[in-house]
Ligand binder design. Sequence first.
Ligand SMILES: Nc1ncnc2c1ncn2[C@@H]1O[C@H](COP(=O)(O)OP(=O)(O)OP(=O)(O)O)[C@@H](O)[C@H]1O
Length: 351
Amino acid sequence: MRSFDFEKEYSKLLTPDIVSYIAQIHEYRGRYSADNVQKELLSELLEIARIQSTEASNRIEGIITTDDRLKKIVREKTLPKTRSEKEIAGYRDVLATIHENYEYIPVSSNMILQLHRDLYKFSGNGYGGNFKSVDNVIAEELPDGTKRVRFQPVPAWETAETVNDLCNAFKDAVNKQFMDILLLLPMFILDFLCIHPFNDGNGRMSRLLTLLILYKSEYYVGQYISIERLISDTKENYYEALQESSWEWHEGRNDYAPFVKYMLGVIVAAYREFADRVEILTDKTISKSDRIEDIIRNSYGRITKAEIAAQCPEISQTTIQRTLNELLKNNQIIKIGGGRYTSYVWNRENE
Ligand SMILES: Nc1ncnc2c1ncn2[C@@H]1O[C@H](COP(=O)(O)OP(=O)(O)OP(=O)(O)O)[C@@H](O)[C@H]1O
């Protein structure tokens, strides 16, 4: 059976590029601790990130619904109807549990099972909260419709014990305190994905666990900038890094570096985006119209005038309307619907 030795692998990862990523992330964490950023601003970013995270993590697995239904599900304004919507609602709830209770959720086999149970609580397919009952493969569908095996995970009969060993080894490594969690985290996630402990939901669970471990270690950026969206936007690199790092995993000879670098790159990108958003939203020298433009560009799907106003209460309705007219004239946004149902969406065709 596969064993886990974080300490042995750790020293191999201390290369200049990885160390530089870690230094950047440490610096960002210090600069943007919650005390340094306005509370209203954070709650605005929080709402956007919650929608994007739920959408993106599900989209990576082909689980989708319309923009409007997605927003309503995340805001709990409707009940999920289709199978995909039920899985999206499950993700929404597990994400909320992690956001609110990360301090009290240990990274243990039992907790992973409980979170997985909640991921499927609307689905009623019997998968939720149980490790896989039969062996599985990580497959890839080729353009001609045929399937190719990307990775053969741990067999079903070894799964419970292997997850338990992984969680214990991870806990021991964290407790030793001299190894940076930013390296232990992607190693743990890669091992989790190579075990692929569930019949379904492994990718989503791995991204939820990523957030959990980041929050527990006081890296809160994922609450405000969606890490899942950044992964979805770089899906090809994500799969490539996983492929490279999982090579010879069963023999314990795999190289964690590609996936570690990929994940650290994503975390740095999230902090950079956070820094940019904070600057735009707080810099008083940035014009009102630029702020409105930024809000529309960064919103998920359509946005109404009332939603824009809620995000910038200090800007008058007249200025918002004038800016909307200007953006429409320049073809930067698209108007959808009419009357009190009018909404706007950023025109990405120009990008
Ligand atoms: N070569 C690989 N090695 C390890 N993990 C991989 C590899 N390629 C992809 N993955 C991971 O496996 C996930 C997809 O696995 P799979 O298609 O089996 O989905 P699943 O278990 O049904 O769950 P979910 O639907 O949430 O992904 C990806 O999101 C990615 O995280």
